[in-house]
Design a protein around this ligand. Sequence first.
Ligand SMILES: Nc1ncnc2c1ncn2[C@@H]1O[C@H](COP(=O)(O)OP(=O)(O)O)[C@@H](O)[C@H]1O
Ligand SMILES: [Mg+2]
Length: 284
Amino acid sequence: MSRTERPKTKLVPVPATNIIPERDVSLPPILEARHLGIDFGGLSAVSDFNFAIGRTEIAGLIGPNGAGKTTVFNLLTKVYQPTRGTILLDGMDTAGKTTIQVNQMGIARTFQNIRLFRDLSVLDNVLVGLHNETKYTLGTAMFRLPQYWRKERIAKERALELLSIFDMQDMADHKAGSLPYGAQRRLEIVRALATNPCLLLLDEPAAGMNPSETSELMDNIVRIRDMFGIAILLIEHDMNLVMGICEGICVLNFGKIIAKGTPEDIQANPAVIEAYLGKKKEGQ
Ligand SMILES: Nc1ncnc2c1ncn2[C@@H]1O[C@H](COP(=O)(O)OP(=O)(O)O)[C@@H](O)[C@H]1O
Ligand SMILES: [Mg+2]
C-alpha cells in the first residue's frame, strides 16, 4: 500500500491520559512513561512526561532543538537514570535496569549522531547486535566447539537476511565507515533490529538524507513495523515523514509535553504551530 492510501488511525484512551491506536488496545501498551523527569543541575530537561505507545504503533516525538527529545530516549534506554517517574516496558517496571538490560528486555535504538564500528565490516556491525541474542557458554566460545560454529553460521545468515531489508546484503564485506551517509543510517537501524526489539527508537533517522532517500526510509519504517510487528518511536524534524507515517505524536517544548494526538490533531494545534510548526515554515 502506498503512503497516500494508508488508513487513518483512530487513537483511543488508555490509563494516565494516554492514547494508543485502537487495534492495540486489547494488550497493554508496549511502553508507558509516567511522570518521567530529569534535572541536570538546576535545569529540568524533561518533566512530567506521560506517554504510551501501542504494541504495533509508529509514534513520533517532535519539537524544537533542545526541547528534550534525545533526553527522553536516553531516559528510556537508561543512559540517564530518571530523577522522577516510572517507565514500564510491556507492563514491567524498568527502574534500576542498565542500558544492556533494557536492550535485552526489548528496547533498541539508533543515535542522532551515527555510532557504528567504522573499521568493522557491515556484516560484523550486524553480528555485534545479534550477539546480544546469541548466548554461548564461555567454554563453547573458547574451544570453538561445533555448537559455536553452527550458531555463528546461523547468525551470519540472519545478519544477511536483516541487511536485505534495505537491500544491503551485497555490502556485507565493506567497511561500515566507507559507506555513504544514508547507508550508514540504514545500517544502524539493521544493527538495532538484530537485537530483536519489541520497541525501536530512531533518533532523527532521516537527518542528512535527500528527499528520495527519506521517502524510501518512510516506506521501510512502515515495512519494518509490519514485518516484525513491533512498535517504533521516532524523533524527526522532517514533517512529511512524521505526518506521513506516525500514528500518535507527542510534542515537546522546553522539556514539557504541549500536545499529543494524531497528525491531524497536531497540525491543527495552535500551541504546536506557535512553538514549532509555524517557525519551521519560516525556515527554522
Ligand atoms: N548530560 C547533560 N547534562 C546537562 N544538560 C543536558 C545533558 N543532556 C541534555 N542536556 C540539556 O537538556 C536539554 C535537552 O537536550 P536534548 O534532549 O538533546 O534536546 P533535543 O534532542 O530535543 O534537541 C538541552 O538544554 C541540553 O543542553
Ligand atoms: Mg536530539
